[in-house]
Design a protein around this ligand. Structure first.
Ligand code: BGC
Length: 886
């Protein structure tokens, strides 16, 4: 009794302390905080955009809960202070819009720097301070803005130029195909590698813009450009420098026939085969002024890519990390194998000293043979090796420029001496998208799975989403692209990346409306397998769902429609027959035409939703009608009323039918029971799905309240399962459920089975939005507290701000912490599990007594109880809920 009293006193005192402390904290920074995380066209302070009406985004914070933006003011100017030279001052706009605010000021000009800031008013009409100033640079809007010519003929070109006067502002616009490295006065310009991003060069080529104000010298300057093949042959370059001098004079330099060239130290380069670099062929000083290039040849002109020059408005590829090897072995005399401990994309940087002419060879692999030697068989024809020939003047540092490899192991031969851990670093190279999501939970397998997904996904972002990063492929296979998209959107900042890739898809469309299996199109077929082509409507739709992007819907509506109409022209009795890949790499095959018809329906459905969102009423109705017809035909043809399953009753077939509600209400229950017993009894809680079925089965199980079964599949460790890959030392997901190492389709870094990543966030952390919401305006937090999972937490950056959920459970209580961004509302569904007669507290204060909602706690709008859950509606803010048995 006494102990209990004491405990109460201690608790009350500490609560008081917390309350007092909080009050003080909020006083010191109360009210609306200045907007932060300012973006323009999804990018932070982008250089060289060529959108004339760019869109602005900002995130909001507030010391109080339940806050919204009631108004904003945004100012754009050409003056860094944003006080004068104003081009657009919105004044106070009564609106809660904080994303996709379209520029409506005076016309933007090519090659200018614009500055902007924004403030907002909260629900109580209290204004925030202005944000810090953000900026964006425009590129060259019009073909007339470009001077000079495309040049080429050699893999190294140079030109000197002189500047009389003090440079106020300098920009360089550059496109070198396939890849370039631009150097100015001895230094590399910018941090991009493998630039520019890959596109269909006959349609669009991307140029990058760099600020070189501080690199230009008064007087003599020299430009040097190295060119690599990448995806292009021949090597060509277009470059322009625009300089503004103090005093206002403007000068330009550009690529033209006065440039000179000479083949440099890169003897050969190929994405698949690697690079051979002979350091003896370096010409020191070639990228600096006053270099004697009299023996260099005039460049060639006249080779012009067909595509138009377009600004690279996507995060460039960069070196994102440098890994230290885990260990070095010597399986044979003079053969050293470095284990990087992680499958990655990029290359090795080596440090070496030795006699001139020594040839050091690096070979890359995902696998080892039993004897410790590297196994390159599964790279098929990709040689994946870099060779460096020493110049012999002390310590030399080499990393390749115009290739990349997918590997965990690096074999080093020809090394003069004995290498150490310091000899080599693994450079991690991919599109520089920021990671914006994190997930963890009490089950180590799922934490590993999340890690594999993150690594697999980022190392397959190389300006297009690639299927793999190691063998003779690395294509933008569209099936892989849409299956991984939701996972990618939750883990990474993908707005700009998909905006670019969706344009890439449109670039391959022909007059008939067809698109291709891979984008840009190298492998696979035209027309695309319908399950692959569905990437076009689906990626557009995901951009709307995740970012609220209606411009994408507007810009691509007609082309998506053309694609859907092409599908319609191929349909017989409202169903599609043609299919090349079916449910790719499945253990149990599902009929290809079933899969294609499913995707036909899916594409029509998305087009209907696009029309609805854009208020194209007549088209919405027309496509709704078409969808209904497909649905009817689908059910009629594929439903077996005796077995109560679709097609041949595979997990994939029944999951697909349930996922899109293709099964009528009357059949849903039994089809689901069929699916469930197939998993449990026929396959002893294992998947038999390929890449398509795997995405939908997890979602369907969750929708049918069978998250625990989905969880068992996700944590399964015997074959086939993700856990099986983990048990077999995978550090990224494989292409196949099987462990194979031979010379065929056995990639050990294929992100496509990573679709389950979206399920981790949605089902286990519970982060979601309601069906009609876009850009997480109407959030749903519904964690599934499955089986033995003790806790799980997830956090994603929605375009409106960070959204987090973290729960833990014990026998007598469930704790859930959530953060909901300003300007949004959330409906939280907290499962009661076995707790009876529950009460709910928020930060220690009771808000539900088992009967009714107790009002008065800031931000909490409603609490109600259903048979299975407690439902809480909240405004923005951070909350800690505790659900207890009374
Ligand atoms: C790729 C896959 C792709 C498939 C289509 C493979 O070679 O690696 O990821 O989706 O082909 O058949």
């Amino acid at each position: 009794m006494f102990a209990e009293q004491c405990l109460k006193i201690v608790l009350t005192v500490s609560l008081l302390f917390i309350v007092l402390f909080r009050a003080e904290a909020s006083n010191s920074a109360s009210g609306p905080r200045p907007p932060h995380n300012l973006r323009c066209e999804y990018l932070k302070n982008p250089m060289g955009i060529d959108v004339k009406e760019p869109r602005f985004f900002w995130m909001l914070e507030h010391s109080e809960r339940g806050q919204k933006q009631s108004a904003y003011q945004l100012i754009v100017s050409t003056d860094p202070s944003v006080e004068t030279q104003i081009l657009w001052d919105t004044g106070k706009v009564l609106s809660d819009q904080s994303i996709h605010v379209v520029y409506e000021g005076k016309s933007l000009e090519s090659d200018r720097t614009y500055y902007w800031k924004v403030r907002y008013w909260d629900t109580n009409d209290l204004p925030s301070l202005y944000s810090t100033v953000a900026r964006f640079d425009t590129g060259l809007f019009y073909p007339e803005d470009w001077d000079g010519e495309w040049i080429g003929g050699m893999n190294q070109v140079r030109k000197e130029f002189s500047v009389v006067g003090t440079v106020k502002r300098g920009r360089v616009f550059v496109c070198g195909l396939g890849y370039y490295e631009l150097r100015l006065n001895g230094y590399k310009v910018g941090n991009n590698v493998l630039d520019p991003g890959y596109t269909t060069y006959a349609k669009r080529v991307l140029y990058s813009t760099y600020d070189i104000t501080d690199m230009i010298l008064e007087g003599e300057n020299a430009l040097g450009v190295m060119l690599g093949k990448g995806w292009s042959d021949p090597l060509i370059l277009k470059l322009q420098i625009n300089i503004e001098l103090e005093g206002g004079e403007k000068i330009k330099f550009f690529s033209d026939k006065s440039w000179k060239g000479k083949d440099g130290p890169i003897i050969s380069d190929s994405i698949y085969n690697g690079e051979i670099y002979d350091a003896r062929l370096e010409t020191p000083g070639w990228d600096r002024p006053k270099f004697d290039d009299s023996t260099w040849s005039p460049v060639e002109t006249g080779i012009v890519p067909k595509g138009s020059l377009s600004a690279q408005m996507v995060q460039p590829i960069q070196v994102m990390d440098a890994l230290v090897p885990l260990n070095i072995t010597q399986p044979q005399e003079g053969v050293y194998v470095f284990d990087m401990g992680q499958n990655l994309s990029g290359w090795a940087e080596i440090r070496v000293s030795g006699p001139r002419g020594t040839r050091v060879r690096l070979r890359y692999a995902e696998l080892l043979y039993k004897d410790g030697m590297i196994n390159q068989e599964n790279l098929r024809s990709a040689r994946a090796q870099d060779i460096y020939i020493l110049k012999g003047n002390g310590k030399e540092i080499y990393e390749p420029r115009f290739t990349y490899h997918g590997f965990r192991y690096v074999e080093l031969t020809g090394f003069p001496g004995v290498p150490t851990m310091d000899t080599l670093r693994g450079k991690v190279v991919h599109s520089a998208v920021e990671q914006i999501g994190s997930f963890s939970c009490s089950n180590p397998i799922l934490n590993q799975l999340q890690r594999l997904i993150i690594w697999g996904q980022k190392t397959n972002l190389h300006s297009i989403p690639t299927d793999c990063n190691q063998r003779d492929e690395r294509m933008g296979w569209l099936g892989d692209a849409h299956l991984t998209a939701e996972e990618a959107l939750m883990n990474f900042d993908m707005g700009a990346f998909y905006t670019k890739f969706i344009k890439d898809i449109r670039d391959v469309q022909d007059k008939k409306g067809t698109i291709t299996d891979t984008v840009p199109h190298i492998w696979g077929q035209r027309p695309a397998d319908p399950a692959w082509g569905a990437a076009y409507p689906l990626l557009c739709w995901y951009m709307y769902r995740y970012y609220g992007d209606t411009r994408i819907l507007e810009e691509h509506y007609e082309s998506v429609k053309k694609y859907v109409e092409f599908l319609r022209s191929k349909a017989t009795a409202n169903l599609l027959e043609y299919s090349y890949y079916g449910d790719w790499v499945a253990i149990e095959q599902t009929s290809g035409s079933f899969v294609s018809s499913f995707y036909y329906y899916y594409c029509v459905l998305i087009l209907k939703k696009m029309a609805e969102t854009l208020n194209y009423e007549a088209e919405e109705n027309a496509y709704e009608e078409l969808a209904e017809k497909i649905k009817e035909a689908f059910h009629k043809k594929y439903f077996d009323s005796e077995t109560k399953s679709y097609a041949n009753g595979t997990q994939t077939a029944n999951s697909m039918a349930l996922f899109l509600d293709l099964a009528p209400e009357s059949a849903r229950g039994s089809v689901f029971q069929n699916l469930r017993s197939n998993i449990l009894y026929k396959h002893n809680t294992h998947l038999t799905t390929g890449i398509l079925g795997t995405k939908y089965i997890m979602e369907v199980l969750t929708d049918f309240n069978a998250s625990s079964l989905a969880y068992e599949l996700a944590t399964q460790t015997s074959y086939p399962s993700w856990g099986f890959m983990i048990r077999n030392d995978a550090t990224t997901l494989w292409e196949l459920w099987q462990y194979k190492t031979g010379p065929s389709m056995n990639s050990h870094n294929h992100p496509m089975f990573g679709s389950v990543g979206a399920w981790l966030y949605r089902a286990l952390a519970g982060l979601d939005q309601n069906n009609n919401s876009a850009g997480f305006k109407n959030i749903v937090i519904h964690p599934r507290l499955v089986r033995d999972l003790k806790y799980a937490s997830g956090s994603i950056h929605t375009p409106r701000g960070p959204l987090t959920s973290a729960w833990s459970k014990s026998t007598d209580s469930i704790i859930l912490k959530v953060s909901v961004p300003v300007n949004t509302e959330a409906e939280i569904l907290l499962p009661k599990l076995k707790l009876r007669n529950v009460v709910l507290k928020e930060s220690g204060v009771q808000i539900y007594d088992g009967q009714k909602f107790l009002t008065g706690v800031a931000g909490i709008l409603m609490v109600e109880e259903t048979q299975s859950d407690v439902i809480i509606r909240v405004g923005s803010g951070h909350y800690t809920f505790e659900l207890l048995a009374d």
